[in-house]
Design a protein around this ligand. Structure first.
Ligand SMILES: [Zn+2]
Length: 558
C-alpha cells in the first residue's frame, strides 16, 4: 500500500515540522504573529484614507505602495522578477439595460423584459453582439463530468445554438449521496462552470434557469450582479467564449417551457436522472447587447522568500487586498472599508510573511506571498496569475487562502471550506492536533463557498488549495454565540460600508488560526510532500496530468 505509506510519512514529517522545534526557530517565528500587529495592519488597510481599495483607483495606489513597503521591510524579495507587482489588465463592459429578448416558435412570440425576466451579458469585448434566431436546446444541468459518468451534451450538436440549463447539480436536486456529492455543491453546480462548458461545446448562448434554493441566493442578486459594469480580464487566453451568457427567472423559464409544450417540473426532474438526453425545444432566441467599454489596470503584489534548497518549488499564500471602493450614492458613509473582507486576511498575509522571514533558516522550498487584486469582481487577480503564472503551476505545491479572519476570539475548531477534497486537510489536521484543536467542515457546503474565493482559481487548474475559515467552537462564549456573531456580520456588515475595524474585535482567534496556517506552510516548504486531490474530486485528473502521475500510486498499491 504505497499510498498509505506516503500518508504516514507525510504525517510524521508534519508532526516533526510543527510539534517539535525543527531547528529553524519555528516556535519563535510563530510567536511573531500577534494581535496588536494584526490589528494595526487591519486599521491601516481599512482606513477611510484607502478609499475602500477599489481596483484601479487611487485607493489601489496607496494599498499597493503600503504592501510593497511592508514586504520590503521584512527583507523579502520582489516576487515578479525585479518587480513587486504583476499587472492585471482589466476591461469593464457595461451593457445597455435597454435590451429586449424575443423567443419565437410553435406559433407564438414571447417578449422578455430585461431584469424582470432575464439578464444577459457578453464576455467578448465588443460594442455590439447579437443572437439571431439561435435555436434553444435544453441541456439539463449542462454538465460533462467523466468521473461521475455524466454527460448532458451527449448526442447533441449545440454549435450556433443557445443552451438552457439548470443551476447546481443533480446531487443537490435529488439529495442522493450517490449522485455527484449529494447536497454538497460540486464545481459542476456553479454558474461559472455552466458558462465554461457551454463555450467548450461551441454554443453561441447559454441561459441558466434561476431557482433560489439551488442557486443559494435570490433573483435580486443575479439582477444586481449581471447589470452595471462587468469587470473581466482584458486578455482571456485561449478559453472559448459563448456570445451571450445570461439567466432566466424561474417564472420565465416556466413560460418558455410552456411555449415549447413541455412541462418544466417533469423535465427538470428528468434532468437529475441518468435517463436524461438533451433536446431541441423548437424555439429560437433573438437578442442584441450594446456595451460601453472601459479599460483599466490593477495589480497583484508578490513577495518571495526564496527557498534554500529547492527554490524552484513553491508554496503560495493568497489574500485579496481589494474591496468595493467608494459609492457616494449609498448615504453619508460612502466608503466600503472592507475591514474583515479582506483587510483582515491581507494584514494576516503580512504577518505570515513576517513569521517566515523570522525563521533562522529559509525553508527548502520558496514561499510566495501574494496580495491579489479584483477578487470582488470575480477572482480576477488570481485568474490572471493562474493563467500567467510567474512560477509554473506544476512546481506549485499548494496554495493557502485567507479571506476574512476570525474577529470573535479563540475557538477549539477551525472550519475548512471544501473539507475532504485534498490531502492538505491531513497536513492541517496534524498541525491542528498539535495545537489541541480540531477541524470542522463548512456548515453550508450546498452554497459552494469553495468556488467563491481566490484559492479556487488555482484549484480549477489542478493546484491543491486550502481555504480555511473561522471556527465556531468559541472557547469563551460557546458555539451558539459564535454562530450568531457570524450571522450578524453577514446580515449587517458583509459588503456594506459598515464593515469597519472595531476596537472591540478579539483577534486572538485570528492569531491562533494564522499560526496553524504558518505550521502548514512550514511543513510543506521544509519538506518534500506533494499533497494531491482526493480520488473522485473534480480537480484530481488535472493535477495528475500536470504532474505526470499517469501511473498513479493508487494503482500500484492494488
Ligand atoms: Zn473577500
Amino acid at each position: 500500500m504505497m499510498r498509505s505509506l506516503l500518508t504516514t510519512c507525510a504525517l510524521v514529517a508534519v508532526a516533526a515540522a510543527t510539534a517539535c522545534d525543527s531547528g529553524d526557530g519555528f516556535d519563535d517565528a510563530a510567536a511573531t504573529i500577534d494581535a496588536i500587529d494584526l490589528a494595526r495592519g487591519i486599521q491601516d488597510l481599512a482606513a477611510d484614507s484607502m478609499g475602500g481599495r477599489a481596483p484601479a483607483s487611487w485607493g489601489e495606489e496607496r494599498t499597493v505602495r503600503y504592501l510593497q513597503e511592508k514586504f520590503e521591510a521584512l527583507g523579502l524579495e520582489p516576487g515578479n522578477g525585479i518587480g513587486w507587482v504583476q499587472e492585471v489588465p482589466l476591461v469593464s463592459l457595461t451593457p445597455d439595460p435597454d435590451m429586449g429578448a424575443v423567443i419565437q416558435g410553435r406559433g407564438t412570440v414571447n417578449r422578455l423584459q430585461h431584469a424582470a425576466d432575464f439578464v444577459a451579458v457578453t464576455e467578448r469585448v465588443v460594442e455590439e453582439i447579437s443572437l439571431d434566431r439561435s435555436r434553444l436546446v435544453f441541456a439539463g444541468y449542462g454538465i460533462v463530468a467523466p468521473e461521475f459518468d455524466w454527460n448532458d451534451y451527449e448526442g447533441v450538436n449545440v454549435a450556433g445554438k443557445t443552451v438552457v440549463v439548470l443551476v447546481n447539480d443533480p446531487g443537490y436536486a435529488t439529495g442522493d449521496d450517490a449522485l455527484f456529492n449529494g447536497r454538497s455543491m460540486t464545481y459542476y453546480g456553479r454558474w461559472t462552470y455552466k458558462y465554461e462548458e457551454a463555450a467548450r461545446q461551441g454554443a453561441d448562448g447559454v441561459l441558466i434557469v434561476h431557482q433560489a434554493g439551488p442557486a443559494g441566493y435570490p433573483w435580486a442578486v443575479v439582477e444586481a450582479g449581471w447589470s452595471g459594469p462587468q469587470f473581466m480580464l482584458a486578455e482571456k487566453g485561449n478559453s472559448p467564449l459563448t456570445r451571450v451568457q445570461g439567466w432566466l427567472t424561474e417564472e420565465t423559464a416556466r413560460t418558455v417551457f410552456a411555449q415549447a409544450r413541455l412541462d418544466f417540473d417533469a423535465r427538470a426532474a428528468q434532468a437529475a436522472t441518468r435517463d436524461f438526453d438533451p433536446y431541441e425545444m423548437d424555439l429560437d432566441l433573438s437578442l442584441t447587447l450594446k456595451n460601453s467599454i472601459e479599460r483599466s489596470n490593477s495589480r497583484n503584489v508578490l513577495a518571495l522568500l526564496p527557498g534554500s534548497e529547492r527554490p524552484e518549488e513553491l508554496v503560495i499564500y493568497t489574500a485579496h487586498w481589494d474591496h468595493l471602493g467608494t459609492d457616494s450614492s449609498v448615504g453619508p458613509d460612502s466608503i466600503y472599508n472592507g475591514a474583515l473582507d479582506n483587510a483582515s486576511g491581507t494584514s494576516g498575509l503580512v504577518e505570515m510573511a513576517g513569521a517566515f522571514a523570522a525563521l533562522r533558516k529559509a525553508p527548502a522550498r520558496s514561499v510566495l506571498f501574494m496580495a491579489v487584486a479584483a477578487e470582488e469582481q470575480g477572482l480576477l487577480g488570481t485568474a490572471h496569475y493562474a493563467s500567467h503564472p510567474v512560477y509554473p503551476l506544476d512546481a506549485t505545491v499548494a496554495t493557502v487562502n485567507m479571506d476574512g479572519l476570525n474577529i470573535w476570539g479563540p475557538t477549539s475548531d477551525l472550519t475548512v471550506v471544501g473539507y475532504g477534497m485534498s490531502e492538505l486537510d491531513d497536513v492541517l489536521r496534524v498541525a491542528a492536533e498539535g495545537a489541541g484543536r480540531t477541524l470542522a467542515p463548512d456548515p453550508e457546503p450546498e452554497k459552494g463557498s469553495y468556488f467563491r474565493s481566490d484559492h479556487f482559481e488555482f484549484a480549477k487548474r489542478g493546484v491543491p488549495s486550502l481555504y480555511p475559515d473561522a471556527g465556531v467552537q468559541d472557547l469563551e462564549h460557546g458555539e451558539e454565540w459564535a454562530r450568531e456573531r457570524r450571522e450578524e456580520y453577514t446580515r449587517d456588515h458583509y459588503h456594506k460600508p459598515s464593515d469597519e475595524y472595531d476596537p472591540s474585535w478579539n483577534l486572538e482567534g485570528a492569531v491562533q488560526d494564522l499560526r496553524l496556517l504558518f505550521a502548514v506552510g512550514h511543513a510543506l516548504s521544509t519538506g518534500d510532500l506533494w499533497p494531491n486531490w482526493r480520488e473522485g474530486t473534480e480537480f484530481k485528473a488535472l493535477r495528475d496530468e500536470m504532474m505526470g502521475y499517469e501511473t498513479a500510486p493508487a494503482a500500484e498499491a492494488e
